[in-house]
Write a protein that binds this ligand. Structure first.
Ligand SMILES: *[C@@H]1O[C@H](CO)[C@@H](O)[C@H](O)[C@H]1NC(C)=O
Ligand SMILES: *[C@@H]1O[C@H](CO)[C@@H](O)[C@H](O)[C@H]1NC(C)=O
Length: 951
């Protein structure tokens, strides 16, 4: 019989063999379907119908801001406690838990930025059928019906959202196991159980029972009265060779939401799916369970590396959102009464007057925890973004340089390799800011170390990059090599910081270093210790231009169930089951904190993560994981990042070129052209792929790639300002068209083009051999100017754009002003003091507006108001720059070297008036064929007030 270690070694060999074999596509059998996940199967077997839950109206209590009432399940007499809060900014929070669970159920910590501020609730009316509450000034009301329990949110006569209207509320109460025959209580499980009971019994005794409550005085008793069916998978479950001991038995929860009038729902990333979510009646629900999916397949609802349990619903009248705060494995079903109906069918309904209102129904199912759901009522998309931001925070404001181009591969082999790649970029005149090192740079996959031969003098290497104003990212993964000669391992073990297995020992799994332990990042003391490891004297060989990348933090466990951790692993008093989807967030949180601390709180961190959850936007960037060099993977990068942006995570990118396999030169060029217009712009490649630095594809392709990267650099001032805005407001940087054109149904499913901010529309070429693309230009009153040719196009049309290999169809909205820096240098930092060119694109009313944000680009001093934030506007033939933040201060050496007005008419003279009162006449050129006016060298400082008058 093989020993444990031998078995693990075998698994690892098999895994690697799979890695290296040419066979493409995910091995789906490694991952559960809903049917193979016992709680999903159980819950999904419940069909819509009359809910067994009824409201005990006499238990209702209303304090100023909190309504509570009990629900009883008439089948088993188990009671639930419902809490309802009205939160500031049109958010209603509904929590449902067991009234008296056998022990506490997990409530997700650390995701909300604070306890959300509440607003007063008041009862409008009440009778034996239910209660009506007012949600404040607008005519918004909550109607709670008693028999069966149902909750509707209304505004005027419109139902915005209904909960349990299909009767799918299900709450598996905690229970004692009755059939003990196959249940072996190990000493550890018993002691964990005792601990948990102690924690629970130390809590205040629930208040005295009221009259009806006394009938079923004890929850557990109530549970026992009923003949409970013990179904397969309730108390233990196996998947492939992995067994899940389920010491707490069944504890799943589920609830349905109906969205009348809604045909479009979005969000719940991460899935390799189109922007508009599909109905799931004929397949599996969308799954949210952070997994390292090897060679993921497109266009299916399988879980991927990250999970954000937030869905947006949109129609021409309103946008709303549902935030289901639960970190356990979760499945989301979507159905629609219009799905499958063709436009013709819908027309026929309309003509015949038989049309029911369109409606989307969704149902969330989670394995454990409680129901804690935030209903974000909009009404506009931007209201929903700010509502969600008020709960989970906004995008971390990144260092400016991290918005530039990143060069990565697994791996740059040694310092000489790094040096020569760096030199190659200069030789071929392609800018870049960051070069990346994957796992091979370490001493035997021991993170926080360097390979002593290949990277013998890391500081020298970093110093060399520093001299060119460039930076490096090195990987630090959360699996720690079990090795008594490795300081990090010894410290974590001796401090008791590892996650425990179900038997109480340190959990060990197989990952890159071989046998590895997994630090318990859910512990604040563990995270503080981890953060301290990034100090320059702890993490030897590092300096301030080294940043960090957290990979494999789902966590990936090669020999674990579904390539991740056993659900019965133990984090203090919780099971891994409860916290799984949070693990990656905590890893990135602790790492970002480490980078902040090493600089004494001065410098902004940059940390990339593969796994994420709601709130991860506060800690850095994400990417879409291990994609492939295929055209469809290039295409899917657009909806994948758009979906992330909708749920707060703006700093998103896909591996340029594709991670697995080798791109053709055409695909590589198209990918650079697309990536140059996506938020996180990094090329990356698998260890086994041939090298693909841009110049290896011949001078023509190198020139095309150079041009794409240079375009990115010219737009950095715009990207930076948008990230500042995302940090302030939670608005996505990369946006679906419908966010800006919410009343135009033609935009609702568009995901082959996108907006950057409000003012740039991008329709990248993502088809092989393409001769042209058809872009939808939204807005019936808009003009769109081709940024390359300055051609003007009208909005509300499908525009066919012929393309060549050098084409990147990008349009600037008429009515906008975009500052750019056209003197591209070898890194963004080298361009710090360079002058700006203002691109002023006029709309039909001959007005335009834009913003400029400038600060030092890398510190937290913006929090001390050390920045410039200006508004440019053009109206009545005056272009002016005004200070949006008069109490902020920063000085810049940058000046305005050029103003280009698109859609202009010819003036007879142009005068500049600066803040010191001086007036001067400016020289200009006018191209009547294109209506383009160019003012050369007006020379104002970018941080000052001025007016330019066109006469
Ligand atoms: C709340 O909703 C009302 C009505 O739909 C809307 O007028 C108001 O602007 C919203 N407020 C916020 C803060 O979103
Ligand atoms: C620009 O024009 C506005 C509006 O007339 C005026 O308030 C402002 O003082 C002017 N700024 C300068 C620098 O002349």
């Amino acid at each position: 019989m093989a020993t444990f270690t031998e078995r693990m070694a075998l698994v690892s060999v098999l895994w690697l063999a799979l890695c290296l074999s040419g066979s493409w596509a995910v091995d789906k059998s490694n991952f559960k379907t809903c049917d193979q996940s016992s709680f999903c199967k159980r819950q999904r077997a419940l069909k819509p119908g009359e809910s067994p839950y009824r409201v005990l109206l006499e238990t209702m209590e209303l304090t100023n801001t909190r309504l509570t009432l009990q629900l009883i399940n008439d089948n088993n007499k188990v009671r639930l406690l419902l809490e309802l809060y009205r939160l500031q900014g049109n958010i209603t929070r509904v929590k449902i838990n067991e009234l008296k669970p056998l022990k506490p159920r997990y409530e997700v910590p650390d995701v909300l930025v604070r306890e959300p501020p509440t607003e007063p609730l008041s009862v409008l009316s009440q009778d034996e059928n239910g209660v009506v509450l007012s949600l404040g000034a607008e005519s918004q009301r909550v109607i709670i019906s008693a028999r069966p329990f149902r909750l509707d949110i209304m505004e005027g006569h419109d139902v915005l959202m209904s909960l349990n209207s299909r009767g799918l509320l299900a709450f598996e109460h905690l229970r004692m196991r009755k059939d003990t025959f196959s249940y072996k209580v190990t000493s550890t499980v018993a002691s964990v159980w005792d601990n948990i009971k102690r924690v629970f019994s130390s809590q205040a005794e629930p208040e005295a029972e009221n009259k009806e409550g006394a009938d079923s005085a004890n929850q557990a008793e109530a549970g026992k009265e009923e003949e409970e069916k013990v179904e397969e998978g309730m108390w233990e479950e196996t998947f492939k060779s992995h067994s899940d001991s389920k010491p707490n038995g069944p504890c799943a929860i589920s609830l349905d939401f109906s969205l009348p009038g809604v045909e479009h729902v979005y969000g719940i990333p991460e899935h390799a799916e189109p922007l508009k979510l599909k109905t799931t009646d004929n397949g599996d629900p969308y799954r949210l369970y952070n997994l390292d999916v090897f060679q993921y397949e497109l266009y299916n609802p399988m879980a991927l590396y990250g999970a954000v349990p937030v869905m947006l619903a949109h129609n021409t009248k309103r946008t709303t959102g549902i935030f289901w705060l639960n970190a356990a494995e979760t499945w989301v079903d979507i159905s629609s009464n219009t799905a499958g109906k063709t436009v013709f069918g819908k027309m026929l309904d309309y003509v015949q007057g038989s049309s029911e209102t369109p409606q989307t129904d969704v149902r969330w199912i989670s394995e454990s925890g409680i129901i804690d759901v935030f209903l974000m009522l909009g009404p506009t998309p931007k209201d929903v973004f700010s509502q969600y931001a008020s709960l989970t925070g906004t995008q971390a404001f990144p260092p400016l340089s991290s918005l530039a181009y990143h060069q990565c591969r697994w791996n740059y082999n040694d310092q000489e390799d790094v040096r020569s790649v760096d030199a190659g970029f200069d030789e071929h005149d392609i800018p870049y800011d960051f070069i990346w090192l994957d796992i091979e740079h370490t001493d035997g996959k021991r993170y926080f170390t360097w390979d002593p031969h290949k990277f013998a003098t890391p500081k020298e290497m970093l110093q060399g990059l520093q001299e060119k104003k460039r930076k490096m990212v090195a990987i630090v993964d959360p699996h720690i090599k079990v090795d008594n000669n490795y300081k990090i391992h010894n410290e974590i073990r001796s401090r008791g910081f590892y996650i425990k297995n179900k038997d109480g020992g340190d959990y060990e799994g197989w990952c890159w270093p071989g046998s590895a332990g997994y630090p318990d990042f859910t512990r604040a003391d563990m995270r503080a210790w981890w953060a301290s490891m990034f100090a320059y004297d702890q993490y030897e060989g590092t300096m301030e231009n080294l940043y960090t990348w957290n990979d494999m933090n789902e966590p990936s466990v090669f020999n674990g169930p579904e390539v991740t951790m056993h659900k019965d692993a133990v984090h203090g008093s919780w099971e891994h089951r409860d916290v799984h989807n949070l693990y990656g967030l905590y890893v990135q949180m602790a790492t970002a904190e480490g980078l902040i601390q090493r600089s004494g709180g001065v410098e902004r961190p940059f940390v990339l993560t593969r796994a994420f959850f709601a709130g991860s936007q506060r800690y850095g960037a994400v990417w879409t994981g291990d994609n492939a060099a295929e055209w469809d993977h290039l295409k899917i990068s657009i909806p994948m990042c758009l979906s992330l942006g909708l749920v707060g995570i703006s700093f998103c990118g896909a591996d340029v070129g594709g991670f697995f396999k080798s791109p053709s030169s055409e695909l590589l060029v198209r990918w650079y052209q697309t990536g140059a217009y996506q938020p996180f712009f990094r090329a990356h490649a698998h260890l086994d792929t041939p090298r693909r630095e841009p110049w290896l594809f011949g001078p023509e392709n190198a020139a095309l790639i150079r041009e794409a990267v240079r375009q990115r650099y010219t737009f950095l001032p715009y990207w930076y300002q948008l990230f500042y805005q995302a940090y302030r407001t939670g608005e996505p940087v990369m946006r679906p068209l419908w966010v800006e054109y919410p009343q135009d149904p033609a935009t609702f499913a568009v995901d082959d083009e996108f907006l950057i901010g409000r003012d740039l529309l991008v329709h990248p070429v993502t088809d092989e051999g393409s001769r042209g693309v058809t872009a939808y230009l939204p807005g019936k009153d808009e003009f769109w100017f081709d940024i390359h040719t300055f051609h003007k196009h009208n909005g509300a049309q499908n525009l066919y754009i012929p393309v060549t290999m050098s084409s990147i169809p990008v349009f600037q909205r008429g009515g906008s002003i975009i500052p750019r820096k056209l003197r591209v240098r070898r890194s963004s930092t080298c361009m710090e003091h360079d002058p700006y060119t203002l691109f002023v694109a006029l709309n039909a009313r001959r007005t335009a507006e834009g913003e400029l944000y400038i600060d030092d680009g890398h510190t937290f001093n913006y929090e001390k108001k050390e920045f410039i934030h200006r508004r440019f506007s053009f109206a009545n033939n005056v272009l002016s720059s005004v200070n949006l933040m008069p109490d902020a201060h920063f000085t810049t050496m940058s000046w305005i070297e050029r103003v280009i007005v698109l859609g202009a008419t010819k003036p007879s003279k142009i005068t500049l008036k600066t803040a010191d009162g001086e007036e001067s006449q400016l020289e200009f050129e006018f191209d009547p064929s294109m209506s383009v006016l160019t003012i050369r060298k007006p020379g104002m400082n970018a941080g000052e007030d001025w007016n330019i008058t066109f006469k």
